[in-house]
Design a protein around this ligand. Structure first.
Ligand code: DLL
Length: 433
């Protein structure tokens, strides 16, 4: 079985990748300068011209783009190709404001699908596989991206889309699906449902999971792997920069290789915008080197993470993103303490709970309150008040030791917290409402 989809570039030397990036960067800046008046104005405001950016070392001079720019320029303000050359849009769900619309030429789609194909092969997939794509199809990039990647690899593709759990399970079992692509929260739900239906991991034909679009912890990975009897791989991406496949995990399951031939990455201090040395935790900023229709330069993702350039056992040379710490805009400040939902999730999973929880933040008498509602698993379900109290205390202590603040924990019966077929909604911050 082939280990790589495009070995020559995935395992290229650092010098080769750097040289390729420099060449593409210069071309891309010229393309944007000539075709995107919105960004040209931003450059001119800084007194910059394309020839001022000679190499990636000059990248820091370029202005950032952020979601606010995308909203301001909505819908066509950042389009860099005539409409006759564009063949598709994809869009974010718009939960935090106006939708972001991203445009693609056919070449952009081919490049994006190739990135997804790399991800599938890196997870061990090949044309022998039956790949069930249970990310949403339509405006969300998950379904279309992995669907395209699966075709490129030559897998028999099941475009299941999200939802209708019974039908998902029927296809997995009847068509003997070996690869499952969906959000980790939906994978956990599918696993839970299959377990309830009496399937043991060894009865389930799945071998590989390609899960992303939201943060998930190592503990959650272990849980999903055990219930479905698979190896679960992380995949990352964002609509603005193409979709899934900006980076993906390999057999080492230790960080996601960024497709550096297409995307140039930096980490910055989210507060000051200052570029941080590689290896420090910071906000990821991407420059799309090949995109034609929607070529974002220095796009601030709000995603907080650390890059790792140590050699990887899989042989790929592209830099790895370690597990996302969260989004800088996901970070809650509760009683002055920075809290990421992933920290609370880790405590819950370490205590044997599944990732079925809700974090409710409110402000009562000028003091922030933190309530964590957690589902008991069917095995631990009890109506013995003393036992429940004991468990609640255990969790509250665990959270206190990680965050330094106390949460009010309530334990609820299995299956009482609503499941998500796409990205899970885990935080309800009533202070903003
Ligand atoms: O979520 C693209 C995608 C689809 C990635 C399917 C992977 C699989 P958006 O809806 O634009 O695009 O959301 C992008 O989701 O900035 C991160 O905050 C978050 N995200 C995506 N992948 C991961 C991941 C898709 N593996 C935003 N881990 C990003 C943590 C992720 N967060």
């Amino acid at each position: 079985m082939e280990r790589y989809y495009q070995q020559e570039i995935e395992c290229a030397s650092r010098e080769t990748i750097k040289a390729l990036q420099e060449e593409k960067l210069q071309r891309q800046i010229r393309h944007v300068w000539e075709n995107v008046p919105y960004y040209r104005k931003k450059l001119e405001a800084k007194g910059l011209r394309p020839e001022d950016i000679k190499s990636s070392a000059d990248l820091y001079k370029l202005p950032f783009l952020s979601k606010a720019d995308l909203r301001e320029a909505y819908p066509y303000g950042l389009l860099a190709k005539p409409l006759k050359d564009c063949v598709r849009i994809q869009s974010t769900s718009g939960t935090t404001g106006k939708r972001v619309v991203a445009f693609y030429t056919q070449k952009d789609i081919d490049m994006w699908e190739e990135c997804c194909a790399r991800a599938i092969v890196a997870a061990g997939g090949s044309n022998e596989d039956v790949c069930q794509v249970s990310y949403g199809y339509g405006l969300f990039t998950g379904g279309p991206g992995l669907n395209g990647g699966s075709h490129k690899v030559g897998c028999l593709t099941i475009p299941a889309s999200s939802g209708n759990t019974e039908r998902q399970i029927m296809f997995i079992m009847d068509l003997k699906a070996t690869i499952l692509c969906c959000t980790p929260s939906y994978a956990a739900y599918l696993g839970e449902s299959m377990k309830e239906m009496g399937y043991k991991p060894e009865d389930i034909p799945l071998k590989i999971g390609i899960f992303g679009a939201e943060a998930w912890s190592e503990e959650m990975r272990r849980d999903i792997e055990a219930t479905l009897g698979i190896k679960a791989y992380d995949i990352y991406g964002l609509t603005e920069i193409s979709g899934p496949g900006v980076s993906f995990e390999c057999s080492a399951q230790n960080g996601m290789h960024i497709n550096e031939d297409h995307f140039l990455v930096e980490t910055i201090d989210p507060k000051t915008g200052e570029v941080l040395p590689e290896g420090s935790q910071g906000e990821l900023v991407f420059t799309a080197l090949d995109k034609e229709a929607f070529p974002l330069l220095r796009y601030r993702t709000r995603d907080i993470c650390t890059l790792n350039r140590e050699p990887c056992s899989c042989g790929r040379t592209h830099v790895r993103m370690m597990k996302l710490k969260g989004r800088s805009d996901d970070m809650m400040v509760i009683r002055g303490v920075n809290v990421f939902p992933s920290q609370i999730e880790t405590v819950l999973l370490n205590h044997g709970y599944a990732a079925n929880y809700q974090i409710i933040v409110d402000r009562v008498n000028n003091t922030d309150t933190l309530d964590v509602k957690v589902e008991m698993t069917p095995q631990m379900f009890t109506d013995n008040v003393g036992e429940i109290d004991e468990r609640r205390k255990e969790l509250a202590d665990g959270i206190k030791s990680i965050l330094g603040i106390r949460a009010k924990v309530s334990l609820v019966a299995p299956k009482t917290i609503e499941r998500s077929e796409g990205k899970a909604v885990r935080v309800i911050d009533k202070r903003k409402i």
